[in-house]
Design a binder for this molecule. Structure first.
Ligand code: NAD
Length: 294
């Protein structure tokens, strides 16, 4: 039976370390750390994610604020908000909550962020720093997965890893981080031929396809480490209650044969939020005290 890589528990430990780090640097800083989330439109899942991020900020002593634009906001209006936040010295971290309405150009908004405040690690400069292995703000989900793997004492040296999904948010930075940890990385995506065969070869499987239940036991090598990034709500049973959450991996099938597995919920999700908090504190420390974290 697989050991669980418990993101909930590990995120709590990170929160305790963050609290201590904030207390240590607060006397040197002009203000406590502060995160601003720019939200456009009313995507209901985004509302829940933003709420969780604000609660987590509150637990560790990071101030947080949401600037909420209506769905019909123009590119110029959102850009103006970003510029104001870039110039606001009391704001340390800024993120644009995705998804945004399709008439907006997400790439241009990210590019407008001050890279030093880009706590989602999506600005091209920060992605470039990642590629070169230089210090910089890292994408939260893959950074959280690396922390989970380290905590689970998974030896990545020379391991055959398969990353399913090639988004800029998850798959691409994940593959780079695993390569930098000396894994041998294959990337799979929607055009990959014989995904089942690729999966069976993998000693480490990171599944970020956004397809509920894509990976079952017949695709997983016994003893493999399985990281499930996907998060989906199952349809309601019609009893008035919300359906359960599930991932891209069929957990009950895969748990008996994997060596380690991340649950959904309670695996990657809480670590993504924990890394967002770290990035905000890192941006604050650098802005206020000139501290650069490697
Ligand atoms: P995305 O839609 O941008 O990218 C999905 C990728 O999967 C694409 O590269 C696509 O080529 C690939 N893909 C799609 N179907 C495939 C298939 N059948 N076989 C192989 N590859 C396939 O999604 P994303 O932003 O990378 O997110 C992926 C999933 O992770 C989503 O379910 C998202 O909700 C979830 N997510 C969770 C967290 C978290 O904190 N837990 C954070 C970010 C994303």
């Amino acid at each position: 039976m697989a050991k669980h890589l418990n993101g909930q528990l590990l995120a709590k430990r990170h929160e305790a370390k963050l609290k201590a780090s904030i207390a240590q640097y607060l006397p040197l800083a002009s203000h406590p750390p502060r995160l601003v989330v720019v939200r456009v439109g009313d995507d209901p899942a985004s509302g829940i994610y933003v709420g969780k991020k604000q609660q987590a900020c509150g637990r560790v002593g990071i101030g947080s604020q949401v600037i909420h634009h209506p769905a019909m906001a123009s590119q110029e209006e959102v850009l103006e908000t970003i510029q104001q936040l870039n110039n606001d010295s009391s704001c340390d971290g800024v993120l644009v909550q995705m998804p945004i309405p399709s008439h907006l150009d997400a790439g241009q908004l990210i590019l407008a962020l001050d890279p030093a405040k880009d706590v989602d690690g999506l600005h091209p400069l920060n992605l470039g720093h990642l590629l070169k292995g230089e210090p910089g703000l890292r994408s939260c989900t893959p950074a959280g997965i690396m922390a989970l793997l380290a905590h689970g004492a998974i030896d990545l040296e020379g391991i055959d890893a398969l990353v399913i999904g090639r988004s800029i948010l998850v798959g691409q930075p994940m593959a780079i981080m695993l390569q930098q940890a000396n894994a041998t990385v294959t990337m799979a995506h929607s055009r990959t031929q014989d995904l089942a065969q690729q999966c069976r070869r993998a000693e480490l499987l990171v599944v970020a396809a956004g397809k509920p239940g894509l990976v079952g036991a017949d695709w997983v090598q016994p003893g493999a480490v399985v990281v499930d990034v996907g998060i989906h709500r199952r349809p309601s049973q019609g009893n008035g209650e919300k359906g359960n959450l599930c991932g891209d991996v069929r957990f009950l099938e895969v748990e008996p044969i994997a060596s380690h597995i991340t649950p959904v919920p309670g695996g990657v999700g809480p670590m993504t939020v924990a890394m967002l908090l770290w990035n905000t504190v890192q941006a604050w420390q650098q802005g206020c005290c000139g501290v650069v974290t490697p």
